[in-house]
Design a protein around this ligand. Structure first.
Ligand code: FAD
Ligand code: FES
Ligand code: FES
Length: 473
């Protein structure tokens, strides 16, 4: 049995832990305001809020209910569009949508309203750009986004800054109740959750399918997943730490992309920090983990590509034969084939901490800027002194069966001067190391040429005063 608070009511379900929260809402609880669109985390129509008790209060985040297993609801507050609608009238966000004509057929509207409400719950100082960013995972087929943006601007203006010091605090919830963003019953939720146990980590025997954020697993679905035995890694606090010590950064495998962004670990490392916002949408980033990205072994996974250029190591835990440490670049043996033993999980990832003398760059080309995986992506970390490249690490995705560390290109660059000829040779070497295939994201030829361009782009970005873009055309 899984027990939680659904809007303002206590709720218990006997659905299996791997059942989808969307199915619970629409099929069992008959709360049909949460829409079913793609069932793959791609459209945002099914967006709900999950409130998780933390030391300072309750942290709310927007999630896609279609790829959220019900096991994650235990001891938490699940909020749907019905749960933010006041008994009389509309919430402030709903009013802004009406005032700005931001809804036509209305199919996407509950998801959009939940995303903006989730954004307001997660910040004390709302701004328009971030409010629009919070809608990056919500697709509308008919209204068009201009009026949705106006509604976002309207609500940010109406809400204004919160006096609270922490968005999880009771003071912030009180502020949002005053502003009619959420109903008053939210103020009693923290006390009600206190008497409930939190979600477990599974059978504890290491025999179930490891589920971290589940964004890959549940988007792919597949027969039997719903009723499988699972290990819920996101609820294992030993996998959630972020530490910097002795010149190394160590990230627990269950650290989510959102957590990575808020931790600022990549701050000062070129455009790596900002690039994390190119990973999917807020709803997916709130669940997607580092370990899941690595083990999913998608040749175009963004985090794996960044970590390869950072010379990352992985640590394994709970596997037969104890824990191991190995270079990430040695983990990938072939398409979706990893040097991981049966039952072994990744417990952490570590990489050398930021060095001011090293330049970092990430490039991602995809069909849409947000909510899309790459056609080709690439990361670079380059150490230069006195005009000579001392160390270079370049990786590329979408050009091989695995996330690819460009070992020949990286080795070739050491000792070379930063000149247009060097960059031209690096681009040609990278294209030679790649073995892309034709697929929906582009022809093999296109991807190979694109990789050459991305390598040049790294250098142009990192050495703007030294390299002439015209010489690299
Ligand atoms: C709509 C959508 C958009 C996306 N966009 C992007 C994008 O822009 N960029 C990008 O890189 N990815 C993207 N993804 C893919 C996905 O979100 C990421 O790969 C994410 O980091 C996976 O993490 P997870 O925790 O959700 O993995 P899960 O789905 O939980 O797990 C993935 C696999 O890894 C295994 N696993 C998980 N953690 C561990 C561990 N610690 N040890 C051993 N095995 C483990 C699981 O058993 C499973 O086989 C997108 C996904 C969706 C649904
Ligand atoms: S139904 Fe499309 S994201 Fe869930
Ligand atoms: S209002 Fe019709 S899909 Fe957005």
């Amino acid at each position: 049995m899984i027990s939680f608070i659904l809007n303002d009511s206590d709720y218990t379900t006997s659905l299996p832990p791997g059942a989808s929260t969307l199915d619970l809402l629409r099929g069992e609880a008959l709360l049909t305001g949460t829409r079913e669109g793609c069932r793959e985390g791609d459209c945002g129509a099914c967006t709900v809020l999950l409130g998780i008790p933390v030391d300072t209060g309750t942290e709310y985040m927007a999630l896609n209910s279609c790829i959220l297993p019900v096991a994650e609801l235990q001891g938490r507050h699940l909020v749907t569009i019905e749960g933010i609608t006041p008994e009389q009238g509309l919430s402030a966000v709903q009013e802004a949508f009406v005032d700005e004509g931001a809804s036509q057929c209305g199919f996407c509207t509950p998801g959009m309203v939940m995303s903006i409400t989730g954004y307001l719950l997660s910040t004390q100082s709302p701004d328009l750009e971030a409010a629009i960013d919070s809608l990056g995972g919500n697709i509308c087929r008919c209204t068009g986004y201009v009026s949705v943006r106006s509604a976002a601007g309207e609500i940010v203006g109406r809400t204004g800054p919160s006096p609270a010091v922490d968005p999880a605090s009771a003071r912030h919830l009180e502020f949002l109740v005053e502003k009619n963003v959420i109903p008053g019953y939210f103020l009693g939720i923290r006390d009600r959750l206190r008497s409930m146990r939190g979600p477990g980590t599974g059978d504890g025997h290491g025999t179930g399918i490891p589920v971290a954020g589940g964004t890959d697993l549940f988007a792919a679905g597949g027969p039997g997943l719903r009723d499988s035995t699972m290990e819920f890694l996101l609820n294992d606090s030993s996998l959630g730490g972020i530490e910097t010590a002795d010149g190394w950064v160590r990230l627990g495998a269950a650290v989510t992309v959102s957590r990575l962004i808020s931790s600022g670990v990549f701050r000062g490392m070129g455009d790596l920090q900002g690039s994390l916002r190119l990973v999917s949408s807020t709803q997916v980033r709130n669940r997607a983990t580092i370990g899941g990205n690595i083990v999913n072994a998608s040749p175009i996974g963004d985090l794996a590509i960044i970590l390869l250029a950072l010379r990352a190591y992985i640590e394994t835990g709970r596997g037969p034969g104890g824990s191991r440490r190995l270079a990430l670049r040695d983990l990938y043996l072939g398409y979706k084939e990893l040097d991981l033993r049966k039952g072994e999980i990744i417990s952490a990832v570590s990489f050398p901490a930021h060095e001011p003398s090293r330049g970092y760059s990430f490039e991602k080309v995809s069909m849409r800027r947000h909510l899309d995986i790459a056609s080709v992506n690439s990361a670079a970390a380059i150490l230069v002194s006195e005009g000579t490249i001392r160390e270079a690490d370049i990786s590329a995705g979408g050009v091989a069966p695995v996330p690819l560390y460009l070992s020949d290109t990286s080795a070739m660059l050491a000792g070379m001067p930063v000149t247009a000829d060097t960059v031209q040779s690096a681009a040609e070497s990278a294209m030679g190391e790649a073995s892309p295939i034709d697929d929906v994201r582009g022809s093999a030829r296109y991807k190979r040429v694109l990789l050459g361009r991305l390598v040049k782009s790294h250098f142009l970005k990192l050495f703007p005063g030294i390299l002439d873009p015209a010489a690299l055309l």
